[in-house]
Design a protein around this ligand. Structure first.
Ligand code: BGC
Length: 525
């Protein structure tokens, strides 16, 4: 069965890619499952920390009768944040590993490391084992979260690449929701199952992802990088559901090979090379800064304030059913994300980022203003709930997926694994920084900002609009190879109108032709 991608192409020369079969799509989509690991892992711990049995097991007895248990603040923040430390370093190291053993094998390795971390966590009955468990699991999540984006961007057909990578974001949202639901379900249990079940379930996601990936082909672009062109052709043919000798496969492969050779003539593939090229739009430094800043700005939209601190915050501003409201926000997140599958290809990455940030900042300022002038009133409470849901809707349909899609597209192949790894590490770093400073802004005995904290998120979201408008190019409908030409030939503001010329307008049609001849020659031999 053939599926003709309906997403908007950009015109120009588009003949280098094959029509893709349903099986081809399913292969590309499967990897998105890794998002569940990301979402579940960041979501489950806050609920577990509040569980009575967990507190009794890991905390210290307080109160006159010694029947209240608390976990010291420093231990709590260590248990939460050690995961981000692991993911940060895991993502960075994965950037090298993926170039060495391949994208697919790196994700599988990430699942194995993660599983080891889960075993330690489930076995732990003291913080001494729990913390190393979280650190090791975080390391695995770092591997998985950085390299899945790379893998998906490299194997997906260009017309639906954005939609397929958005599937990863969709899985993150499902992971977050599942964590909330599981915590809710086991919270009342009187036994170690209350926290061991949510912890142990993490392993299931790693098992499904790791096993499934054994059956998927390696990224053809990784093989091109290793000069294993037969393997590249074989994996491309599996991914596109086309015979290995089909002209489509030859064309697409020839373009990958030519582009890689062209790029290798101009750059090396080490870590240092990620920081070369000065302020030139197509220079590596500029691209790396774009990826790193984009992931930083995604965190500065303030989204995790809702997902990590929502429950505490809603209660603090006088809303009574705070658990329910938090659960609703995770559901809105899941239900809205699929809209992005369509919007990201139809409206493009750049427009989504600009208009999404505008939508979010309007919601944030409304919450801040109403909550400040009418503090504690019923109207302010309703306004907070309604506009929080609109805010999550805007995030889920725009910045949530688009930030991941863009980092998968902007790097040239020689440094792509490292560029995506640096950008993902930035996501985790800012995730940690914002998580760490938030209590200081909102806790009653600290900044006690209450709804005014949304002035901060509104301001940072305004910076997101400026950032997207001036710095993010439109990359929809182009092959990863064409994106390099786009960066060379346009500015972000003019990028939307750019169209690839025959093959791509970089002057290396000759190289594509030569690569094609090489491939044919290889086949004949
Ligand atoms: C972000 C996470 C966030 C999640 C919410 C992701 O894209 O990177 O930090 O928790 O979206 O859906």
């Amino acid at each position: 069965m053939r599926w003709a991608p309906s997403a908007a192409f950009r015109g120009g020369d588009q003949r280098v890619e094959a029509p893709v079969t349903l099986k081809g799509y399913l292969l590309c989509i499967f990897a998105a499952f890794g998002g569940i690991l990301f979402g579940y892992d960041s979501g489950y711990i806050s609920g577990v920390l509040a569980m009575p049995f967990f507190k009794a097991q890991f905390g210290k007895a307080t109160g006159e009768l010694g029947i209240d248990y608390v976990i010291p603040t420093w231990q709590k923040s260590l248990i939460v944040s050690i995961l981000s430390a692991g993911t940060f370093f895991g993502a960075l190291i994965a950037g090298s590993v993926a170039d060495w053993i391949g994208r697919r094998s790196t994700i599988i390795a990430g699942c194995i490391i993660f599983s080891l971390g889960v075993v330690l966590q489930v076995a732990a009955s003291s913080v001494g084992l729990l913390i190393p468990g979280r650190l090791i699991a975080g390391f695995g999540v770092g591997f998985v979260s950085a390299i899945i984006i790379l893998y998906m961007s490299e194997v997906a057909p260009k017309a639906v690449r954005g939609a397929i990578v958005s599937g990863y974001q969709f899985s993150i949202t499902i992971g977050l929701m599942l964590a909330a639901v599981v915590n809710q379900g086991t919270n009342g249990m009187d036994g170690s199952g209350s926290y061991r079940i949510p912890m142990g379930l993490q392993w299931l996601w790693a098992l499904i992802l790791g096993t499934g990936l054994f059956l998927l082909p390696e990224s053809p672009r990784h093989y091109v990088k290793k000069n294993r062109l037969d393997d590249a052709a074989c994996s491309l043919s599996k991914l596109r559901g086309q015979p290995i000798n089909s002209p489509y496969i030859k064309d697409e492969l020839a373009e990958m090979v030519a582009n890689y050779r062209f790029e290798r003539e101009h750059m090396n593939a080490g870590w240092l090379d990620c920081f070369l090229g000065g302020w030139k739009p197509s220079g590596n430094l500029r691209r790396v800064m774009l990826g790193v800043a984009l992931q930083m700005m995604q965190q500065w939209t303030g989204v995790n304030f809702i997902f990590y601190y929502g429950t505490t915050f809603f209660k603090q501003v006088g809303i009574h059913n705070e658990f329910l409201i938090s659960m609703i926000t995770t559901i809105v997140n899941v239900l809205s994300t699929p809209i992005s599958f369509w919007a990201i290809e139809k409206l493009g990455r750049r427009s989504l980022l600009i208009y999404g940030a505008v939508g979010m900042l309007v919601c944030e300022f409304i919450i801040a203003i109403v909550g400040t002038v009418d503090e504690g009133s019923k109207a302010a409470g309703i306004c907070l709930i309604v506009f929080t849901c609109f805010y999550i809707f805007f995030f889920a349909t725009t910045w949530g997926p688009a930030a991941w899609v863009v980092i998968g597209e902007i790097f040239p192949l020689p440094i792509r694994a490292k560029g995506v790894a640096l950008s993902t590490a930035s996501n985790w770093l800012w995730n940690f920084v914002i998580g760490y400073i938030t209590p200081y802004m909102v806790d009653a005995d600290k900044g006690n900002l209450k709804s005014k904290v949304f002035f901060v998120w509104g301001a940072t979201c305004t910076l997101c609009v400026v950032f997207a408008y001036f710095l993010v190019p439109e990359t929809k409908g182009l092959s990863l190879e064409q994106v390099s030409c786009l960066l060379d030939e346009t500015t972000p503001r003019t990028s939307k109108k750019w169209q690839p010329s025959e093959m791509h307008a970089n002057g290396y049609e000759k190289d594509v032709h030569l690569a094609s001849q090489d491939l044919e020659h290889k086949e004949a031999v």
